[in-house]
Design a protein around this ligand. Structure first.
Ligand code: N01
Length: 534
């Protein structure tokens, strides 16, 4: 038997996190290999090719800031970049920094086992790789493990079925078909208006009505792009000062919505509505902190919905009842107006639940909906799904699945007690999905690279989060979340969308104090981590 190949680091995933991690490791003189399940780079943007897929963070902000020439050269064409353009960007980055030579595509990591004798990771893949590395970096993405609900009879369906997160590369033509979409989250809201234009008939199966604000997407003005590029580094610094890692250029209101007069409130919310996008929730600083403030913004959007949707009965069904922003706010282009089309029908699963999928459609309590295609826009086993698909075994033979049986536990969202030399990029317990992912990814990659450099410089064999530091961090994340309205609804942030998943609020709200804490930990010689000699 040949002995395993040795590298300094194995990186799992070649999305934006894995690509930059590889580049950073190589530029610091480490050897690394990336394993990627897809046939190309891009991660989320490789897989999510459903019609209408685009980013809900503006393209000038949703990009790497680590290389000035890259950010000056690359030209975004639209305010919100469509999926094909973001994928082109990921490919451009891979080519520009010659990353592909260290990426193994169409390769899934199956097991990773920590070898205590020499503080290394032993990694196997489904294509027979056998590799030993000092470090294991999980760049597996937060929304990469598709959640496909188990519905009675699904396997008997004779039409075609798709999940938005694993969309066929060659696209899908729904022309002339009767199509059903299950789910009404961000993916569905982007896909539904486009599928409705193509399909003969579209039935939308809604379990929970979603809030949406308009994107007002448009071509970027070259003059404005030039101006922004002239001060790109200032924009990057501003991003790091924002709780969400983006949106610094929209005038902020620091006060409470409850202190505004009705006229001021209406004006400000209307201004945000006309501006478009996620900055709507930044109108006041307490929209995600108190129900009374949140109700004001939620009612504003509910009124908009009633103005858009002609049939009051349909508008009623589409009206969300939860806190606005508690589930990720959707950014749409013509979503609610699509329900004015004669070929679109809404089924409210609260009144009329799905009983079964039949060979020819979906049967709900009130009858059969004949379909030729079903689109599962049912989201992801978020934040932990992709990590737990891999058999990761740490010290003492304990698996990550066992360690996280009661929900994910990390220190800083970067390290896990019992799993030395393992790093998670945008892991649970870090701001991750509550921020501009590119800002969080860049921050994590740079922190990890610095940490690995520290180990090398000091001839250390391993770094591991201590149990007390991890406990304190988990408490801190829960405490911060408990000051917000985020934990008040059944969102994927809590794992509530996946039957049987332990409910724990996984991301940490607020980027700047988090980044400060990470910097403090590094400066203090990695407080809360145990560092060991060879
Ligand atoms: O997934 P979701 P998504 N029967 O979990 C429903 C990012 N993203 O892919 O709310 C019937 O939000 C489920 O119902 P409920 C973004 O961060 C960004 O849309 O659980 N329905 C819900 O309506 C986003 O938040 C963009 O009751 C079932 C839907 O399926 C995240 O990805 C675009 C069901 C799932 O919504 C996930 O978005 C797309 C069942 N058994 C995604 N199970 C951008 O704009 C689930 N549902 C950048």
């Amino acid at each position: 038997m040949s002995s395993p190949r040795r590298v300094d680091a194995v990186v799992v995933g070649a999305g934006f996190a894995g690509l930059y991690m590889l580049h950073k490791l190589r530029s610091e003189g480490f050897s690394a290999v990336v394993f990627e399940a897809g046939g190309g780079v891009g991660g989320t943007w490789y897989w999510n090719r459903y019609p209408g897929a685009r980013c809900d963070v503006e393209s000038m902000e949703y990009s790497y800031g680590f290389d000035e020439e890259l950010e000056q050269d690359w030209e975004w064409t639209e305010r919100y970049a469509p999926q094909p353009e973001i994928l082109r960007y990921a490919n451009h980055v891979a080519d520009r920094f010659d990353l592909r030579r260290d990426i193994e595509f169409e390769t899934r990591v199956t097991t990773a086992t920590f070898l205590e004798a020499n503080s290394t990771w032993h990694v196997h893949t489904d294509r027979g790789h056998d590799i030993v590395s000092q470090f294991l970096v999980m760049a597996t993405g937060c929304l990469s493990s598709a959640n496909i609900p188990e519905i009675n009879g699904a396997a008997t369906f004779t039409g075609s079925s798709f999940h938005t997160g694993t969309w066929p590369q060659k696209g899908v033509d729904f022309t002339g078909q009767r199509v059903g979409v299950i789910g009404t989250g961000s993916s569905a809201i982007q896909a539904i208006p486009i599928i409705a234009e193509q399909a003969r008939h579209l039935t939308v199966f809604q379990r929970t009505a979603s809030f949406a604000v308009p994107a007002w997407n448009q071509a970027l003005d070259p003059g404005a792009v030039k101006e922004l590029k002239a001060e790109y580094q200032t924009l990057r610094a501003e991003q790091r000062q924002m709780a969400t890692g983006f949106g610094s250029r929209i005038e902020r209101k620091d006060g409470s919505a409850l202190d505004a007069t009705p006229d001021e409130l209406a004006q400000e919310l209307q201004r945000r509505w006309e501006y478009g996008g996620l900055s709507f929730l930044g109108a006041y600083n307490d929209l995600l902190l108190t129900n009374a403030a949140n109700d004001l913004a939620a009612d504003f959007v509910r009124n908009k919905l009633r103005q858009i949707v002609h049939d009051p009965a349909v508008a009623d069904k589409l009206t969300p009842t939860q806190v606005i922003g508690c589930k990720r706010l959707c950014v749409d282009t013509g979503y609610w107006a699509t329900f004015n089309r004669p070929n679109v029908h809404l089924v409210d699963l609260q009144d009329d639940p799905i009983e079964a999928i039949t060979p020819t459609g979906i049967r709900t309590a009130t009858g059969e909906h004949p379909l030729e295609a079903i689109v599962y826009a049912t989201g992801f086993d978020a934040m932990t799904g992709a990590l737990l698909k891999i058999e990761i075994t740490g010290r003492g033979g304990v698996s990550l699945r066992e360690a996280w049986a009661a929900g994910p536990r990390t220190y800083l969202g970067l390290g896990v007690a019992g799993f030395p030399n393992l790093f998670t990029i945008t892991g649970p317990g870090s701001p991750s999905v509550l921020t501009n992912m590119l800002v969080s990814i860049q921050h994590h990659v740079e922190w990890i690279a610095e940490c690995i450099g520290h180990l090398r410089q000091n001839h250390l064999a391993a770094i591991e989060a201590t149990e007390p530091a991890q406990e304190a961090w988990v408490d801190y994340v829960n405490t911060v979340a408990s000051f917000t309205l985020f934990p008040t609804c059944n969102s994927w942030y809590l794992g509530a969308n996946v039957p049987g998943k332990t409910r724990v609020f996984m991301p940490l709200p607020g980027f700047p104090p988090y980044a400060e804490q990470c910097a403090h930990v590094a400066r203090s010689g990695y407080e809360g981590f145990a560092l060991t000699m060879p």
